[in-house]
Design a protein around this ligand. Structure first.
Ligand code: DC
Length: 227
């Protein structure tokens, strides 16, 4: 391994995407948003009208070709060459994505794809099970958390910036609901174990969050004489 694998896990709105993107940029690594993959499967299941059929969703997932393409604003997602970057961020997808992510065979398929994407190293991969299941031997495992009100404010800001209007209560309810499903599902639930370094971002600026992880990475890079 000539480059590190950095795993960033944590609940929705904890700052994972923003942090992971910037850490990747600073280290010249590839940013991989695994949540986008669960979202794309959810979007397609809704579109095909199979959202309530786990078996059909699982077999659909097996045959999908998913590509994450780095871009200035983070990553674009293409499924079978069709771009779904914007579509996967709707509240409709938000409402169903945790159910889809709880399907064992969907996880199995997406984990295989994620392992293929990251195995060469030089990646900052974010999700819920990266340090526990996808790359249990990741060089750095960070668990980001933040107080629920702060997480809801961040999501509200993201939606508002995109011209979408939702109430803070609606967003908060969706976050609480997703946390509950993501943490209590049978297959690879979101869980902080002792191997993770926990970073509570409630009172931190983005720069501080990024700096903390980049410093840790640079120490390891120096120590192991990798890139
Ligand atoms: O990070 P996000 O909000 O885009 O994730 C969308 C959903 O996908 C979230 O409810 C949990 C699920 N997810 C998961 O179960 N495992 C991952 N590695 C990434 C996301």
């Amino acid at each position: 391994m000539t480059k590190l694998i950095i795993a960033i896990d944590g609940p929705a709105g904890s700052g994972k995407s923003t942090t992971a993107k910037l850490v990747a940029k600073r280290l010249n690594y590839t940013y991989i948003d695994t949540g986008a993959m669960y979202r794309a499967v959810t979007f397609l299941a809704l579109e095909k009208g199979i959202i309530d059929s786990p078996d059909e969703i699982s077999s659909m997932t097996k045959n999908l070709s998913i590509e994450l393409v780095p871009s200035e604003s983070g990553a674009r997602i293409f499924v079978d060459k069709r771009e779904l970057t914007e579509e996967i961020r709707s509240l409709t997808v938000n409402k169903r994505v945790s159910d889809v992510a709880a399907i064992k065979d969907v996880r199995k398929e997406l984990v295989i794809k994620q392992q293929a994407m990251g195995k060469a190293g030089g990646v900052v991969m974010e999700g819920r099970d990266i340090g526990s299941v996808v790359f249990p031997d990741a060089d750095i495992k960070v668990f980001l958390t933040a107080y629920i009100d702060r997480r809801a404010e961040r999501r509200l800001k993201e939606f508002t910036e995109k011209g979408k209007n939702f109430s803070i209560d609606e967003i908060k309810e969706n976050l609480i609901n997703r946390d509950k499903i993501d943490s209590s599902r049978e297959t690879s639930p979101l869980k902080k174990t002792e191997e993770y370094t926990e970073v509570d971002t409630t009172e931190m600026t983005i720069d501080q969050q990024v700096e903390a992880i980049v410093n840790k990475a640079r120490e390891l890079i120096e120590l192991r004489k990798v890139k």
